[in-house]
Write a protein that binds this ligand. Sequence first.
Ligand code: NAP
Length: 247
Amino acid sequence: MRVDLSGKTALVTGGARGIGRQVCLRLAEAGAVVIINYAKSADAALSLQSEIGQNAGIFRADVSKEDEVRAMFDYIKKTHKRLDILVNNAGVIKDNLLIAMEQSEWDKVLDVNLRGTFLCSKYAAEMMMANKSGRVVNIASVAAVKCSRGQTNYAASKGGIVSFTKACAVELAPKGILVNAILPGMIETDMSARVRKRAADAIISAIPLGRIGAPDEVAALAVFLASDLSSYITGQAIPVDGGMTVS
Ligand code: NAP
């Protein structure tokens, strides 16, 4: 069995770094044309584009801002004509204890993680409906189901993404669009660097497989869910967490 995405166009939000970067590389390796969205990491996006070659495009947009998301989809319509795969990967954390949390910390996390997923899904679904097919993969987190102190905003955003995924799956199934979520556990990227540094031993002891995950282990599932191999799976939230959520 081989994943073949040739002829498909994919958009990966926050694609220049971390998990998103690996998803871009794997989608391109499977033959897809990949649009790398970024907000701040222009150099990383350009460098990834040149690493992938002619099958990559880049577009700067803050996914929490509707005018910028609309402009990104106008570009995709004009330049690529179609969109087959959307990976909603862009995300931020701003941890703080509930009683100390500023509204700005709450809003930022909900705006990027949840509103960004909503906005990109909305515009992507419109394009995918024209072809009566599509795949949306939402990168949520184990934080949606297994909560840590200081993450009320992040857990709410990721729990929201899981519920949003299920509701989208029901609504879009008749249009041939499949929507699933991935719940990564502790993955080695910039986002998790601080907590890994602070509590590496405690984290590892809570993971049955006994190690931190790699971005590529999330990317592998994203590519599967983006492909025809997952044709009877929709509305699911699948952990990639070394067993963290079952221990
Ligand atoms: P990361 O290395 O910090 O990357 C975050 C990405 O999100 C960057 O590419 C960043 O782009 C993008 N981004 C942030 N704000 C954005 C905005 N407003 N508009 C567009 N893009 C934006 O983190 P990561 O670990 O790869 O995280 C990727 C996803 O996995 C996130 O949704 C995260 O919540 C989820 N996740 C990660 C872990 C983990 O342990 N690492 C665990 C569970 C879930 P720029 O650099 O261009 O701003």
